[in-house]
Design a protein around this ligand. Structure first.
Ligand SMILES: Cc1cc2nc3c(=O)[nH]c(=O)nc-3n(C[C@H](O)[C@H](O)[C@H](O)COP(=O)(O)OP(=O)(O)OC[C@H]3O[C@@H](n4cnc5c(N)ncnc54)[C@H](O)[C@@H]3O)c2cc1C
Length: 277
């Protein structure tokens, strides 16, 4: 892979720093991927206290105060789909993932997104490259080493083309300014460079990495886990969903355990039509 551009080298450095600062709350995924559970708001007590607005003035300080009765209430609320108390606990993840993973992830509309912008910055000049596990289905390599090497070379060409064209566009703009064809740069963003970035980003592949803050409430996060940790979800988003689950479970183990119990119990066997008498 070609040398990284400045934005990418900075991002790599930032990931290293985040991992050092928050080792239990971060994971590396694939060749350049990353996820961090940066912040959470609320815990199991928030959920139970919210539900108790209907029935009592008793409140818990935090999950440390939980009795068996409180645990039973948490389970019952989840099992019986009392949805709104579970909307009062929030999570903020940051993840660096390929754009094709983002396209699946963004379909989870009940959440807030903030994404790295190729209108304002050069792209992250690294593409996702599938490793052996990603290329293998039932011990069969669907892409061999030669195909993966060619794939990587194609990505490298695209990034190199972007950088060459962007540098050339910047040089043209600077020249036109020096010649008085364009007005000198005023404060703020340069509209000419900005337009060049807007157009050049169109050649970026969906394998290029992007950088996202994802803020989501627990009800919606649970839906994400349910749909994206399943076997039929694509391998790459499953890796992120599994990592997000592990980070969440380490932060709120009682909620994770209760959710898993309810999910396991709700799995109903689809009857085989051949079994009907
Ligand atoms: C294996 C798999 C394959 C998929 N394939 C495709 C595909 O080929 N093409 C494609 O476009 N998508 C596809 N999806 C995405 C899927 O259709 C959902 O958009 C995605 O999983 C988000 O789920 P959600 O709508 O439950 O989540 P959210 O958007 O977060 O919504 C959460 C919940 O809010 C409610 N809700 C949200 N918006 C509305 C609304 N407008 N009206 C009513 N209720 C609403 C629903 O109860 C919903 O479950 C796939 C998903 C999976 C897991």
């Amino acid at each position: 892979m070609r040398e990284m551009n400045k934005a990418t080298a900075e991002l790599q450095e930032e990931m290293t720093q985040r991992i050092a600062l928050n080792p239990g709350g971060t994971r590396r995924i694939g060749n350049f991927g990353f996820i961090e559970l940066e912040e959470t708001w609320g815990d199991e007590a928030t959920i139970v206290n919210t539900a108790r607005i209907s029935t009592t003035n008793q409140r818990l300080r935090n999950q440390g105060d939980f009795s068996a009765k409180d645990r039973a209430l948490l389970y019952q609320l989840l099992r019986d789909q009392h949805g709104t108390p579970f909307e009062t606990v929030y999570f903020r993840f940051r993840f660096i993932a390929p754009i094709f993973v983002l396209r699946q992830w963004v379909k989870h509309r009940i959440s807030s997104w903030n994404e790295f912008s190729m209108r304002y910055r050069r792209p992250i000049s690294v593409a996702y490259v599938p490793d052996t596990a990603a290329c293998t289905v039932d011990h069969f390599a669907v892409l061999d080493e030669t195909a993966v090497a060619e794939y990587e070379a194609l990505m490298t060409q695209l990034f190199a083309w972007y950088e060459q064209q962007y540098d050339a566009a910047c040089a043209r703009i600077d020249q036109a300014r020096s010649a008085g064809v364009l007005a000198p740069k005023a404060g703020g963003r340069d509209p000419y460079r900005g337009r060049a970035r807007e157009l050049l980003r169109n050649v970026m592949p969906v394998a290029a990495y992007s950088d996202v803050y994802w803020t989501v409430n627990f009800r919606s996060l649970m839906n994400f886990f349910k749909l994206r940790r399943k076997k039929d979800a694509q391998y790459e988003i499953r890796e992120y969903a599994d990592a997000a689950y592990a980070l969440f479970a380490a932060r709120l183990p009682l909620l994770a355990e209760t959710m898993q119990r309810v999910m396991d119990e709700s799995v109903t066997e689809i009857p085989d039509p051949a079994d009907h008498g």
